[in-house]
Design a protein around this ligand. Structure first.
Ligand SMILES: Cc1cc2nc3c(=O)[nH]c(=O)nc-3n(C[C@H](O)[C@H](O)[C@H](O)COP(=O)(O)OP(=O)(O)OC[C@H]3O[C@@H](n4cnc5c(N)ncnc54)[C@H](O)[C@@H]3O)c2cc1C
Length: 1150
């Protein structure tokens, strides 16, 4: 379908041919009429919803980092685009300007933004009325222009400038964007220019975009009527002709053009269809930093001949061609510095290796292949490592097969020789998959440039001679190696991989073509193929089926391949005479697609588009019927469906054993749209692509997963991407956030959206027999039931000690883990063993803690049992500063515990991870205050369920996330390297103070009626304490710096807080004080402060309260805690370990 951009070019071309008359700009009325046709002729709502969702994602970081946003929209039409953003974003827009040359639109826009009725403005926080000017955007630097609404100061600065979709008639050029970039606020940097347009409109040579996003391909439908076409064509070009006769002739020409380019569909008779803007791109002040990169690394002027047609349509900002790893690192450093994404070119077979206005790294120079016989890899990897192949990321499948074959070896790869690293990093299905598994299963190690630090990393087996100088093993090695096997393109720029090699087989191959008389025949043949050819096949046999149309009928092509490493495979029987014996290279040429289908596609000259999903029984009428229908409805003659056989070794690996994830399938169903290469970018190509998506969408519900290797940012891929990676989506999303936090690899296969929830680590402690294990398991299931996107796991921290104890003493590990009586028998010795280990290695508890935390890095909620350490939250929270760490202490009566210990099954609340306090309730002996206490005396699930709902699940309340978003991060304040969280700034955000107060009120566990006072400490505490005191109707007590309250007062010394010690050189101690008789002795108080970091302020407040009112019941509530400063530990050291401390938010920053 022709795009509006195409249409515009064609219309302008026609008008040029009749240049005898000057052009006349459109009147407001003409523009409005054209825009109305555009709006009415589209599924505008669907398009807009999707566009707004993408725009919100692109703008969210900018909005989060600022308290107020100023925005300029260029050509918004009758309604502001930004006025459709979600409420919390809209509320931040404090200044709004628009340039809308169409007077009618401008009036409508003004009405929409400033409704006279009671309706609320879509931009409710504007400080001044919207500033709408009836003029076009002109890139010249003319400071002031007079407009009908006064003057427009062209020197004004904005956080966002948005070129809207009704800018047809404006030829977006580089100078437009550059001028807009000059109009972004200079400090803080990070403002954005956003463009909505067609791919073609984004040919802005020399500029790098910050991000691009694809929009759904939506069509505008025009009634095929002279009047409508006249009006719309003028709207698209933005002019008519002054001379009446010429205008008449041009209009007639334009109608012809519209009718020639517009697509006609049966479902929309009497209409012409054109496609709408499909790309959204953002640019920042870093848009013109390409020269900086070009000075550092080798780059190519001409795009390399990329295989993929779609990629060839994208015009990248630059293609760099590194020859050394250092160049890749420099490119990553540049991308990180300027906040832009990168694409990578492997074999160039997908549309994602080149992206408009994005820098691509072509890995072609890394094309070395090394073969190491068993033993050459070095002893580090064991003597049974077998032969290895180290392949650079610029190699192609054919290169590897050819080179290894010469050494009598092979690697299981795919069926086409020109496919590159994208194949083995994302799966890799070929004829050896049933025997040896997927290509990614053969990956043993990799060298990767980190897109977080730009360091060169190596993971798994990388023989020393193939490790670049300075390469290091990362902390996250196990995760990274796991991710390389199926999702490798998302986690770094891969320089090389080490493959396990296998003995090269020879292959017997036979291609058969079975003409199918009708649908029934087709279904029967598919069923036969499934049952007789594929189902019974040995692992070294693989059979593929092809459904396609040729010679006026449906055809079933069958390729049978048998591999053998002991000479030619045995094919003696009479029916098997037409088998041909070939080697690995010959196999490429004997493929059905290349050698037979449609007379053989060996000559090339076609382009294709593929999506692949995994199917079980293709003989089932529901599956087979859809496959046959797909071919019957093919939009171009060459479209086909390829069914690659799976099973065998593919299913030997557990679904979560590698990132690949989808293991349970019989066929990889590759739906392939094909057209002549000379039709690239035409309607035929678009229809073939849409056909692929339509068939994939139909089959998705019947599939057992989708193949990620071809998927990208197109919204039509989202449904498929959601089914790629099997159960591994959440782990991959979490890892992506850790390994690619700047989203540098933004154009690789989309991973599921990461859970925005903060990680929760719950240490479940308590008496032996109190039911800790049971409760931990139960609560884990409650989290998952509460929100299906959450993942939860229970681990026992004491298992490591049990393992070491069993190894040292010869005790039976299995029984220690599983058998309560056996464990009880060993308990005293086990405890003594642990204590001795800690004596020798004092850091052991921390090591054990970090091991369990890192071992479960993929889950949102980790419940840890078997803790032996006192005050674990104070002791360990600084080790996991980005997570919220809680201790839930489970207790029960002595009688109940005895029963539970005696009856293993009992009421189901039995416990394995006990402690050794000999029956005395640990509540009596506890020397610290756990975060939460759970009385587990009652049998059944009611109480643990109620406890979870009241105290645990609220940590995943969206309101907490909203509050966290309001504490905006400010980098390098008050010193470089410090990321300041503006916690007090929450009160300055619309609704911030009310939200924070209500969360403080709700999360207090005890009854407010029993509280004598809310104590607030100058200065941050005053804000939140006074708001809370007023809501819960409890008196407020103020703690101030000495000398500011009337006597008599009580005062104590206070060391400077973390931030004031950083902010000033005045790090001297000060005194704080409160009025002497403002509280009765022994009162019950809640101390409220904005932040808990080093704990110095709160420690002084507690000392002051001690001095003023003696022993009292004190609770502390803070808005945000920064565990890295170990404030809890300081309070504990000063004797306040028994005080309950709650924090609404936990931040990892300094
Ligand atoms: C004609 C054809 C035949 C195919 N046959 C098979 C087959 O038999 N079996 C099979 O399993 N699949 C097959 N595929 C699918 C193929 O595996 C995917 O299209 C694959 O992504 C292509 O990889 P590439 O390197 O050639 O493409 P590219 O477009 O260059 O790369 C694909 C993706 O990988 C990323 N990438 C590439 N190199 C690196 C790197 N070094 N570091 C990080 N990211 C990188 C790119 O950025 C891109 O996102 C086939 C595809 C085509 C077009």
């Amino acid at each position: 379908m022709a795009t509006l951009e195409c249409l515009k070019l064609a219309l302008e071309q026609k008008a040029k041919g009749r240049a005898s008359s000057p052009k006349q700009p459109l009147s407001d009325k003409q523009r409005s009429a054209g825009f109305n046709i555009l709006e009415q002729g589209t599924e505008w709502r669907t398009y807009q919803d999707s566009m707004i969702s993408q725009l919100s994602q692109l703008l969210a970081p900018l909005f989060t980092s600022r308290v107020r946003i100023s925005a300029l929209e260029i050509g918004p039409g009758q309604k502001s685009v930004l006025g459709h953003l979600p409420g919390d974003l809209r509320c931040k827009i404090r200044r709004y300007s628009a340039l809308e040359p169409n007077g009618l639109f401008a009036t409508e826009l003004e009405k929409w933004l400033c409704p006279t009725s009671k309706a609320k403005s879509p931009l409710p926080s504007l400080e001044n009325p919207p500033d709408i000017h009836r003029i076009p955007f002109v890139p010249q630097d003319n400071k002031e222009r007079c407009t009908s609404t006064g003057t427009w100061d062209n020197d004004e600065k904005y956080d966002i400038i948005l070129f809207c979709h009704s800018t047809y008639g404006m030829n977006l050029k580089r100078r437009f964007i550059e001028r807009a970039l000059e109009m972004l606020v200079e400090r803080p940097r990070g403002g954005m220019v956003v463009i909505l347009g067609q791919d073609e409109a984004l040919h802005l040579d020399g500029l790098v975009c910050h991000r691009t996003a694809s929009l759904p391909s939506e069509a505008v439908r025009l009634v095929d009527d002279d009047g409508v076409l006249d009006c719309f064509a003028a709207y698209v070009t933005g002019f008519t002709m002054q001379n009446g006769d010429v205008d008449k002739a041009v209009r007639a020409d334009w109608r012809e053009v519209c009718r020639a380019l517009g697509r006609r569909e049966e479902a929309h008779q009497g209409h012409l269809l054109f496609s709408l803007p499909n790309v959204m791109a953002t640019f920042t002040q870093d848009a013109s930093t390409l020269p900086e990169l070009m000075e550092l690394v080798p780059w190519v002027k001409e795009d390399k001949t990329i295989k993929n047609w779609e990629a060839r349509l994208h015009r990248p900002a630059l293609v760099i061609r590194p020859t050394e790893v250092r160049h890749v690192q420099q490119c990553v450093q540049w991308a990180l510095k300027h906040g832009v994404g990168l694409a990578v070119i492997g074999g160039g077979h997908t549309g994602h290796c080149l992206w408009p206005n994005v820098v691509s790294i072509d890995m072609a120079a890394f094309d070395q292949i090394s073969i190491l016989t068993a033993g050459e890899a070095g002893t580090e990897f064991g003597s049974d490592s077998g032969p290895l192949v180290v392949a650079g990321a610029g190699c192609k499948t054919g290169d590897i097969v050819r080179r290894t074959m010469a050494a009598g070896l092979t690697v299981p790869l795919g069926a086409r020789p020109s496919v590159g690293a994208g194949l083995w990093l994302q799966g890799g299905i070929g004829h050896l998959a049933r025997l040896h598994g997927l290509a990614c299963d053969a990956i043993l190690g990799a060298v990767v440039v980190s897109v977080d630090s730009s360091q060169v990393l190596y993971v798994g087996c990388v023989p020393s001679q193939y490790r670049p100088v300075g390469a290091v093993r990362p902390e996250s090695e196990a995760d990274l190696l796991w991710a390389m096997k199926g999702a490798g393109t998302n986690f770094g720029i891969v320089v090389s991989v080490t493959f396990r090699a296998y003995t090269a087989p020879s292959y017997c191959i036979r291609n058969r073509i079975i003409p199918l008389s009708d649908r029934l025949d087709a279904l029967r043949s598919l069923d036969d193929f499934d049952k007789t050819v594929a189902e019974k096949a040995h692992r070294n046999h693989s059979s593929d089926a092809y459904l396609y149309w040729d010679s006026g009928q449906l055809q079933l092509g069958v390729t049978e391949v048998r591999s053998s490493t002991a000479g030619a495979p045995n094919v003696n029987s009479e029916q098997e005479v037409d088998f041909k014996t070939v080697n690995g290279v010959g196999l490429f040429e004997t493929e059905m697609y290349v050698s037979r289908m449609h007379g053989g596609h060996g000559g090339g000259k076609t382009s294709s588009f593929k999506r692949c999903l995994f199917l079980k029984r293709i003989g089932d009428a529901s599956v087979g019927g859809r496959l046959v229908a797909a071919i019957e409805q093919r939009p171009t003659p060459l479209c086909y469906v390829h069914l690659q056989q799976g099973g065998g070794a593919v299913g030997d690996v557990a679904a979560d054993g590698t990132a690949f994830g989808c293991r349970d399938w019989d066929y990889a169903c590759v739906i392939t749209g094909v057209w002549g290469r000379d039709q690239d970018g035409t309607d035929a190509a678009r229809r073939a692509v849409q056909w692929v998506y339509d068939v994939a969408a139909e089959l998705l519900a019947l599939s057992s997963g989708a193949y990620g290797a071809d998927l990208g940012p197109d919204p039509r891929d989202a449904g498929l991407a959601a089914k790629a990676f099997g159960p591994n989506g959440a782990r991959l999303a979490r890892l992506k956030r850790r390994v690619d936090p700047g989203h540098v690899l933004a154009y690789a296969c989309p991973l599921p959206a990461p859970s925005t929830a903060q990680r929760l680590i719950v240490l479940v402690t308590g008496d032996s027999g109190a039911g800790k294990d049971y409760c931990a398991q139960f609560w884990a299931s409650e989290f998952v039931a509460f929100r299906t996107t959450l993942t939860a796991r229970v681990v026992s921290i004491s298992d490591a000690t049990k393992q070491e104890y069993a190894a040292a003493t010869g005790a039976d590990l299995g029984r220690l883990l599983e058998n309560r009586a056996y464990k009880e028998q060993h308990r005293p010795a086990l405890t003594a063993f642990f204590e001795e280990q800690v004596r020798l290695r004092p850091q052991l508890p921390e090591e054990h803690f970090l091991n369990v935390v890192h071992g479960a890095a993929d889950v949102d909620v980790l419940l840890v049992t078997g803790m032996r350490d006192g005050a674990p939250v104070a002791a360990f929270s600084h080790l996991v500063p980005d997570s919220r760490l809680l201790e839930v202490h489970v207790y029960a009566s002595q009688q109940k515990r005895r029963i539970r210990r005696g009856r293993h099954g009992g009421d189901g609340h039995g416990d394995d991870n006990g402690d050794s306090n000999n029956g005395l309730s640990s509540l009596v002996t506890l020397d610290h205050r756990p975060s939460l206490l759970f009385n587990n005396d009652t049998s059944g699930d009611k109480e643990p369920k109620h406890f979870a709902a009241r105290f645990l699940l609220p940590f995943f309340d969206d309101k907490l996330q909203r509050l966290a978003n309001m504490a905006r991060p400010i980098p390098d304040f008050p010193h470089p390297g410090i990321e300041f969280r503006h916690v007090l700034g929450i009160a300055q955000q619309p609704g911030g103070l009310a939200l924070c107060t209500s969360l403080l009120q709700q999360s207090f566990i005890r009854r407010w009626a029993n509280i004598d006072a809310v104590v607030g400490c100058e200065a941050g505490g005053f804000v939140y304490a006074s708001a809370l005191a007023s809501v819960v109707n409890v008196p407020l007590v103020l703690v101030r710096e000495a000398g500011k309250l009337p006597p008599p007062t009580v005062s104590v010394l206070k060391s400077p807080s973390h931030i004031s010690s950083l902010a000033s050189n005045n790090s001297k101690e000060k005194r704080i004080e409160m009025e002497q008789d403002v509280l009765p002795r022994g009162a019950s108080v809640v101390v409220v402060d904005d932040v808990l970091s080093t704990g110095e302020t709160l420690c002084a407040v507690l000392q002051l309260l001690e001095a003023a009112i003696g022993p009292a019941t004190i609770n502390i509530m803070v808005v945000a805690e920064f565990p890295v400063h170990r404030g809890r530990e300081l309070l504990r050291r000063h004797g306040f370990g028994n005080i309950d401390i709650q924090s609404l938010l936990v931040f990892g920053g300094a």
